[in-house]
Design a protein around this ligand. Structure first.
Ligand SMILES: Nc1nc2c([nH]c(=O)n2[C@@H]2O[C@H](COP(=O)(O)OP(=O)(O)OP(=O)(O)O)[C@@H](O)[C@H]2O)c(=O)[nH]1
Length: 137
């Protein structure tokens, strides 16, 4: 099982999503940027490193949102999602073909890597509208 960390990186109310580069595993799918956790590294440190290496920006890592396990046949991954905050830096692309800052309500316009779907579900959850209370008399 490969442990991968992914950042749900906020800048105000928008979240950073990135499109996997042509030629890579899951090319063309959108993901939350991150990468493989190296031996001896905490997920938080790994996320800061990956985001700096791949996108050139500095982030601050907040809470662990949860883990998503997915079997891609060729590899099994454990995707560890962390909420993070954009701090500084001008973004450049190395491992992605595109990036976007989007509101969760816009996620439906993008096709995400299957392992990311539990995170999408949580981020787009809307509580059911409660019915006005009616009193029987
Ligand atoms: N970073 C990232 N990887 C994800 C996500 N969802 C998902 O299934 N993955 C998968 O997790 C694995 C690790 O991602 P990676 O970006 O570090 O690895 P990679 O494909 O660049 O591998 P490589 O660097 O060995 O070529 C990939 O197989 C990738 O498809 C996600 O939201 N973020």
């Amino acid at each position: 099982m490969i442990e991968v960390v992914a950042g749900i990186i906020y800048k105000e109310d928008k979240i950073l999503i990135a499109k996997r580069k042509e030629g890579k595993h899951l090319a063309g799918y959108w993901e939350f940027p991150g990468g493989k956790i190296e031996a001896g590294e905490t997920p938080e440190a790994s996320l800061i490193r990956e985001i700096e290496e791949e996108l050139g920006i500095t982030i601050e890592v907040h809470e662990h949102m949860g883990d998503s396990q997915f079997d891609y046949d060729e590899k099994q991954i454990l995707l560890k999602g962390y909420v993070a905050q954009y701090l500084s830096g001008e973004m450049y692309l190395t491992d992605h073909d595109a990036v976007e800052w989007v509101f969760p309500s816009e996620f439906k316009n993008y096709v995400f890597a299957p392992a990311d779907l539990p995170f999408i579900k949580i981020l787009t959850y809307e509580p059911p509208k409660t019915q006005p209370r009616r009193h029987l008399i």
